[in-house]
Design a binder for this molecule. Structure first.
Ligand code: ATP
Ligand code: MG
Length: 423
C-alpha cells in the first residue's frame, strides 16, 4: 500500500492551483490598494498563545487544535487561525513604533482537527487582514469595503454581508447574565452541548445549529438592545458609513462568532451555495486583544476568508492555465536539437515555449500542441534546417507565415504584440 496524505489535508494540483493563484493575486492587488502590507508568521506557535486569545471555552481550543509536544516537551500548536499569531508578532516586533496604524494581511494554511467534509478540512487556507490602532468606525467600514471590493474583483456576487455588535466589557456582562437567565428557563430544550456550555459561553447557544436550540432561542434577548451608549453609537456609525459607501448589509443580532476576543462590530459573509458550511469569511473587532497578550492598549479589527470555500464557489468559472505561446514540433534528431535551442532562447526572452521530449511522431506532437492549447506552432524538419525558414502557424485561424529561424524571437515577440493589441 503506498503512502497517502493525512485525512482532511489536501493536495492542490495543477488545474486547480490556477484558481488559487488568481484568488491570492487578486488579494494582493486589492489589499495593496487599501494600504495593507503582507506579514508572514510561522505555522506553529506556543499553545498558550491560542488558549489565551481565542478562549478556553471555544470550539477551537476545546477540541480542534493540533497540539503536540516537541522533543524538549514544549507544547506547540499548529495555528488554527491567523489573528493571534499576527498580534503576537505585532507585539514582539513593536510594529506600533513604526506606524501608529498597522494594516496587515496574511495568507496561508491553518489547522483544525474537525470532521472533514465539503468545505471543512483539517488543513485549510485563510486569507486575512488586520488593522491595529484605530477605534474610529471609519476603519470598520473600510475593512468591510475592502472585503466587498475583493469579492467584486474575484467575480463572486452570491454572498451577503451580515453584521452585528457584540458590545464591550462594559455592556456585555449584563447581556450575558440576562441571556443565561433566559436559557436557564429553557434548559430542557437545549442540545447536550449547549446544556453544558450555556453558563460558560452562553452566546454560543444563539449560534447552535440544533433545531431545539434554534426554537428555544427565537425570542432570546438581543445583544443589540443591551449595548452601552458608546457601543450603540459606534455601531450606528458603522452602519452610516456602510450606507455612505453603498455596501449592502443585513443586521443579524444572533451572530456571535466562535472566538472570545471579539467586541463591538462582528460580521460574516454568507452564501447559500455551500450547504451548512455557509460562512465564506468572518471577522470583527478585538479591541482588548493586543493588551491582553502583553502589548499596548490598541484597538484592532480584522477578518479571515476561507480559500477552499471560495474555490468551491468559483466552481465552473475556474481559471485555466495559460498554454504555451509557441509549440515547436521537430522531425529528426538535428531538428530537435535546433528546436531545443530555439525554445530555450524564447523562454529566456519571456515567451512561453514548449516542445516534445519523448521522440514522438509529428502527428503526436501536433496533438500535444493542441492539447496544451498552444497559440502558435512551428514545424522544424530537415528542409527547414536547410532553408533556415519555417512556417509559423497561428492555431486560432490556421494562418501560416514564413519565418526565418534566426529571427524567431523577434518575429514571435512582434506577432504576440500584434495579437494582444488587436484583442
Ligand atoms: P464555521 O462556522 O464554518 O466552522 P468558523 O466560525 O469556525 O467557521 P472562522 O474561525 O471565523 O470560522 O474562520 C474564518 C473562515 O475560515 C470561515 O468563514 C471559513 O470560510 C474558513 N474555515 C474555518 N474553518 C474551516 C475548515 N475547517 N475548513 C475550511 N475552511 C474553514
Ligand atoms: Mg468552526
Amino acid at each position: 500500500m503506498s503512502i497517502t496524505a493525512i485525512k482532511g489535508m489536501n493536495d492542490i494540483l495543477p488545474g486547480d492551483v490556477e484558481t488559487w493563484q488568481f484568488l491570492e493575486q487578486s488579494a494582493r492587488e486589492v489589499f495593496g490598494l487599501y494600504g495593507f502590507s503582507e506579514i508572514r508568521t510561522p505555522v506553529s506557535e506556543k499553545t498558550e498563545l491560542f488558549c489565551r486569545s481565542i478562549g478556553e471555552t471555544t470550539d477551537i481550543v476545546e477540541k480542534e487544535m493540533y497540539t503536540f509536544n516537541d522533543k524538549s516537551e514544549n507544547s506547540l500548536t499548529l495555528r488554527p487561525e491567523g489573528t493571534a499569531p499576527v498580534m503576537r508578532s505585532f507585539i514582539q516586533n513593536r510594529l506600533h513604533n513604526l506606524d501608529p496604524v498597522s494594516k496587515l494581511y496574511y495568507m496561508g494554511p491553518m489547522f483544525r482537527y474537525e470532521r472533514p467534509q465539503k468545505g471543512r478540512y483539517r488543513q485549510f487556507h485563510q486569507l486575512g487582514a488586520e488593522v491595529i490602532g484605530v477605534e474610529d468606525a471609519k476603519i470598520d467600514a473600510q475593512v468591510l469595503a475592502m472585503l466587498h471590493q475583493y469579492f467584486v474583483r474575484i467575480g463572486i456576487d452570491t454572498v451577503s454581508l451580515q453584521i452585528n455588535s457584540l458590545g464591550c466589557p462594559e455592556c456585555r456582562p449584563d447581556y450575558r447574565r440576562e441571556l443565561i437567565r433566559y436559557l436557564e428557563a429553557r434548559l430542557d430544550d437545549l442540545c447536550e452541548e449547549c446544556q453544558r456550555r450555556y453558563q460558560t459561553n452562553p452566546l454560543r447557544v444563539l449560534d447552535c445549529k440544533a433545531q431545539g436550540c434554534r426554537s428555544a432561542t427565537v425570542d432570546a434577548p438581543s445583544v443589540l438592545d443591551h449595548l452601552c451608549p458608546s457601543c450603540d453609537d459606534h455601531f450606528a456609525q458603522v452602519k452610516y458609513y456602510l450606507e455612505a459607501l453603498d455596501i449592502p448589509f443585513e443586521i443579524n443580532a444572533r451572530m456571535v462568532r466562535g472566538l472570545d476576543y471579539y467586541v463591538r462590530t462582528t460580521f460574516e459573509l454568507v452564501t447559500d451555495q455551500l450547504g451548512s458550511q455557509n460562512a465564506v469569511a468572518a471577522g470583527g473587532r478585538y479591541d482588548g486583544l493586543v493588551e491582553s497578550l502583553g502589548g499596548p492598549a490598541l484597538p484592532g479589527i480584522g477578518f479571515a476568508i476561507g480559500l477552499e470555500r471560495l474555490v468551491l464557489m468559483k466552481g465552473e468559472q475556474r481559471i485555466v492555465a495559460k498554454g504555451p505561446q509557441l509549440f515547436i514540433a521537430a522531425v529528426g534528431q538535428q531538428a530537435a536539437d535546433r528546436a531545443f535551442v530555439l525554445m530555450s532562447q524564447l523562454q529566456a526572452a519571456g515567451i512561453r515555449a514548449e516542445m516534445d521530449y519523448l521522440g514522438k511522431s509529428l502527428k503526436a506532437q501536433m496533438r500535444r500542441a493542441n492539447k496544451l492549447n498552444a497559440a502558435f506552432t512551428l514545424v522544424v524538419g530537415e528542409e527547414e534546417l536547410q532553408s533556415g525558414q519555417a512556417q509559423l502557424k497561428n492555431m486560432a485561424d490556421s494562418c501560416q507565415s514564413a519565418v526565418a529561424l534566426d529571427s524567431l524571437v523577434e518575429t514571435l515577440t512582434r506577432n504576440l504584440l500584434d495579437k494582444s493589441s488587436s484583442a
